[in-house]
Design a protein around this ligand. Sequence first.
Ligand SMILES: NC(=O)c1ccc[n+]([C@@H]2O[C@H](COP(=O)([O-])OP(=O)(O)OC[C@H]3O[C@@H](n4cnc5c(N)ncnc54)[C@H](OP(=O)(O)O)[C@@H]3O)[C@@H](O)[C@H]2O)c1
Length: 436
Amino acid sequence: MAEPLRIALAGLGTVGAGLIRLIQANGDLIARRAGRPLEIVAVSARDRNKDRGVDLSGFAWEDDMTAMAQRQDVDVVVELVGGSDGPALTLARNTLASGKALVTANKAMIAHHGLALAASAEAQGVALKFEAAVAGGIPVIKGLREGAAANEIERIYGILNGTCNYILSTMEDTGRDFGDVLKEAQELGYAEADPTFDVEGIDAAHKLSILAAIAFGAKIDFASVETEGIARLRAADIEQAAALGYVIRLIGIADTETGAKGEDTLFQRVCPYLVPRDHPLANVGGPTNAVVAEGNFSGRLLFQGAGAGDGPTASAVAADLIDIARGEIGMPFSVPVGALEAMPRADAGHRVARDYLRFMVADRPGVLAEIAAAMRDAGVSIESLIQRGRPEEGGEVMVSLVTHEGPEAHVDRALELLEGSPSLTEPPLVMQLLES
Ligand SMILES: NC(=O)c1ccc[n+]([C@@H]2O[C@H](COP(=O)([O-])OP(=O)(O)OC[C@H]3O[C@@H](n4cnc5c(N)ncnc54)[C@H](OP(=O)(O)O)[C@@H]3O)[C@@H](O)[C@H]2O)c1
């Protein structure tokens, strides 16, 4: 058997400890498939004395994880610490600069610094791999980079955050409100104590920007992802969507289009969508993730599975390590960094869609007419308008409507016309209907 691939592991939390368990359990099988064993040489975390449920006695301990980049007895550093900057980024930069391969599950770091890290990896001729950064255990990056490599990807979209999907599907199943379900998700360990990154859509936006770069050969552009989370959703929205034949899912969606000057532009959006019940994504419940890629020859590809958790995420990290053990360096973003295209943000105003709009309004006459007039004046055609019979707490009434297909700019205009209206007790909520 050839020499082992020698690994330094930074981060011994959920994923790091999971990776140790996986290598211990499946080491022989991995060695046969990779042609050589994976051997963890050194580990690092903050607290040396914490019981992590795994035996660390066979590994060297580094107090300063950034020192791992300099170890002579290591071929590859695995960064499972997290955070877009700080020690994780220092370790990543030092690792690549010292000519070692880097494997990471850190979507925040790749979304913000992926291009610079990839350029450094390419300059050094070493691997930078981050399969676990997008959709946990689902091999979607491999699927795009290898399985679908011959296709032009027309659109990529999916459920990229398990916490939001768990909350939405639980709201759907139980009729409970967002805050209540979030609290339970935190108690069950499906949501972080600070859930902002998840429920505001930022985590999904990190992943979408990585997928879009790979799918479209675009320079990664996290700052241009239009992002809206799920915190404003009410149980009544979910009920209303169900009555219309839809479920609500937080979807990340990206495609390219030709801009006004003939240039390629990139559309990236994360927000809650109404998904028709017969769409494959409608049946993705709980913390599961799913990604749809539409290739011009492959047709619709659906990747589905566990988007987080120790086992699934460690599985994706180990798959990257197996590639490196086999000598596969590859391009982090499929093509050399210099060949990635800088695509400006697409102008969404002319894109056509059907929308669900929800208004919380004062319970008094004339409000419906005011909303209908704003829609008419902005050129929005209403397909159905529903006023819930009973007032909510505080005497508010929920009015929701579904539009016919029309440009997004028209809906934006209607909302501008209604801005500041004393009839509205909170800003309207707008969600698009995803087509089947
Ligand atoms: N959890 C998942 O299901 C999942 C899924 C996909 C991707 N990811 C990504 O995987 C990465 C790790 O996630 P995780 O859930 O495993 O996190 P975690 O459970 O919080 O573990 C983080 C680890 O990093 C260590 N650490 C933190 N700051 C450090 C520092 N300054 N120096 C040295 N060690 C430090 C911690 O040490 P102590 O244990 O001593 O505190 C801990 O062992 C993140 O980038 C995350 O986004 C996670």
